[in-house]
Design a protein around this ligand. Structure first.
Ligand SMILES: Cc1cc2nc3c(=O)[nH]c(=O)nc-3n(C[C@H](O)[C@H](O)[C@H](O)COP(=O)(O)OP(=O)(O)OC[C@H]3O[C@@H](n4cnc5c(N)ncnc54)[C@H](O)[C@@H]3O)c2cc1C
Length: 571
């Protein structure tokens, strides 16, 4: 049995971007609902630790400086009009969050306090200890409940639906608790489904970060852009790859090699440990590769920060390091290494979240919007600055929500037959009815993650990426035959893992395809066979479109420059 629902605006995802978008659409008068595979406050935004950037003029800061440092951090791949909006609207969004109830840390004068993050000369990162994302997520969820926005909680979205004119018309998904499918029709859909971190193994991201929305939008005709730009964070804990927030270095922690040397002085003499993430990750990996590491790691030293500061401002990571590595931050340095953290690329949008171009410069799906980590404006270009992602979720979540509500006012209700859901259900049933063989979803997922980490990590080259491409082709083939053990309807997590794997393989393929094309080194995409940035050839974005045979079609868009000409990047 299936059910059909109908809204003006439907949001996929209840992280910071999804909830901010839903609130904005609600405030603009739209009938809005959210579908999410986990309870809203379990969304991955919960993990964000260090803070959110904004240049506030009351303390002598300047949005242009924030914008310039974001563009420089991106290695000049960011679209500068989008970055200007981000920096200009940041302060207002921090105050809105504060008024909603986010209890940001205060300084000695009782004003909102800030800390310094990488790639930026000033302390402009607002924070709630080292659990900023959690604090923001809970407050936004309260606002959502106050506004009585319906939430389809623990519903798994499997595909996007279009009408006969190719306009986005809603989502299909099933309730995890019962296995019951539903078609949720909407005039506008906002995909805010987060990142794809788990395409790499290990990753700082939660197991739920599987790129579902990117793959779903891609399969429906949206463009994915900048997919080759994958951020490796410089400080992830040895072993499982847990994140040690950049706030630790923002508060003054050092990076040391085997000889106790602050090695960043050789790579970024001015900014040292607070150079941009791609630079610090390459430095750390170089130390490890050249034999100056300690057991495959370098060291993060917080000892000189003192017990009080660590307790007040880095309490969560102090607990994590103690629980997972048995290390007391106040007494010993922590072994860390670069680890996969963030996807700069994603579903191509304009500055209001639209996934189609009204002027026809790029193709997409009318009625489809995207926001948050799943989207690509391109704000972060080749490398995101720390604390710019939370800002991205709220600034561009709000803009997408408002624009989707406006769009929904102008268009008629799309027509899609209720039978559409039956076809989707059959496809999922076909996957479910496959006989189990000796292969498993978990094995394929692991092999994919290891191949991506090995060949598309901090350093890349043609040969390695071709190996990854061939591995992915073989894994795709195995995926088409792999069985699902659990045949039930109720909380079938095996089925969910299998569907997620399909999404991840599609995302992985677009990353490899784009990375092979970009024959230069820029931001996080560092090729040992093309060591330099090549603005003459590559000051442009790579877009990929899904084709009926499953292979990507490639297109290019020039980078939009407003006021900052590309320069040599030093820190
Ligand atoms: C450990 C860690 C620390 C970080 N710290 C910071 C920081 O201090 N500052 C900063 O700026 N950035 C930080 N980041 C990055 C930032 O947290 C994320 O980029 C951001 O929170 C993503 O928010 P989002 O709303 O786009 O997605 P998410 O919060 O990941 O939400 C995604 C939503 O989509 C839903 N969803 C996904 N697939 C489906 C499906 N198939 N069906 C239904 N629902 C689905 C999920 O249920 C979830 O509700 C950090 C990241 C990590 C990993």
């Amino acid at each position: 049995m299936t059910t059909a629902y109908e809204y003006d605006v439907l949001v996929m995802g209840a992280g910071l971007a999804g909830m901010r978008a839903a609130l904005a659409a609600h405030e603009a008068g739209a009938r809005v609902a959210i579908m999410t595979k986990v309870h809203p406050v379990r969304s991955h935004s919960n993990a964000a630790q260090g803070g959110i950037n904004a240049a506030m003029t009351d303390r002598g800061d300047d949005w242009e400086e924030h914008a310039f440092e974001t563009v420089k951090g991106s290695d000049y791949l960011a679209d500068q009009d989008a970055v200007e909006i981000l920096a200009q609207e940041a302060g207002r969004e921090i105050l809105t969050l504060e008024h909603m109830g986010v209890i940001f840390n205060r300084n000695e004068e009782g004003r909102l306090g800030t800390r310094r993050f990488g790639g930026q000369k000033r302390a402009r990162t607002f924070f709630v200890s080292d659990f900023t994302g959690q604090a923001m997520l809970h407050v936004l969820f309260e606002q959502l409940m106050k506004a009585r926005v319906p939430v389809f909680e623990e519903w798994f979205v499997t595909s996007l639906v279009k009408d006969a004119d190719g306009r986005c018309a809603g989502l299909i998904g099933f309730e995890i608790r019962t296995g019951q499918f539903a078609l949720v029709k909407a005039k506008a859909v906002i995909v805010a489904s987060g990142g794809l971190g788990r395409v790499f193994e290990p990753s700082t991201n939660a197991l739920i970060c599987t790129g579902d929305g990117m793959a779903i939008a891609y399969r429906a005709g949206a463009a994915l852009m900048d997919m080759e730009m994958v951020q490796y964070h410089p400080t992830t804990l040895k072993g499982k790859g847990l994140l040690i927030t950049e706030a630790a270095r923002g508060e003054g922690a050092y990076l040391l090699n085997r000889d106790g040397e602050r090695f960043m002085k050789r790579y970024a003499p001015n900014m040292m440990e607070l150079a941009s993430r791609d630079v610090v990750s390459r430095a750390g990996q170089t130390e490890i590769n050249e034999g100056r590491g300690v057991d495959g790691c370098v060291l993060l030293d917080c000892r000189h920060l003192g017990r009080r500061l660590i307790h007040e401002r880095l309490r969560q990571i102090s607990d994590e390091v103690h629980s997972f590595a048995g290390i007391d931050l106040t007494k010993e340095p922590v072994p860390i290494r670069p680890g996969m953290h963030y996807q700069m690329g994603g579903i191509k949008t304009d500055v209001d979240g639209r996934c189609w171009d009204r002027h026809g410069a790029w193709a997409g799906v009318p009625g489809l919007f995207a926001a948050g980590e799943t989207a690509c404006l391109s704000l972060h270009g080749g490398n995101r600055l720390g604390a710019n992602s939370l800002l991205d979720t709220v600034v561009f979540g709000r803009r997408a929500g408002r624009c989707a509500a406006e769009y929904a006012r102008e268009v008629p209700t799309p027509h899609v037959p209720d039978s559409t859901v039956g076809m989707e259900q059959q496809a999922v049933s076909a996957l479910l009815s496959r006989h189990a063989n000796t292969d498993s979803v978990a094995t394929i997922r692991h092999e994919m993650g290891v191949a991506m980490h090995t060949h598309l990590g901090v350093f890349r080259d043609q040969e390695g990426m071709m190996t990854a491409k061939e591995t992915l082709e073989a894994l795709h083939d195995r995926y088409s035959r792999v069985g699902v053990q659990d045949k039930g309807q109720v909380f079938n997590t095996s089925l969910i893992r299998a569907l997620e794997l399909g999404f991840m393989l599609d995302c992985a393929e677009t990353i490899v395809r784009s990375a092979l094309l970009r024959r230069e080194s820029r931001g996080a995409h560092f090729r040992t066979d093309y060591l330099h940035r090549d603005d003459a050839q590559w000051l442009k974005h790579i877009l990929v479109y899904h084709q009926p045979d499953g292979s990507p079609r490639v297109a290019y868009l020039p980078v939009r420059l407003t006021r900052w000409e590309p320069k040599v990047r030093t820190y």
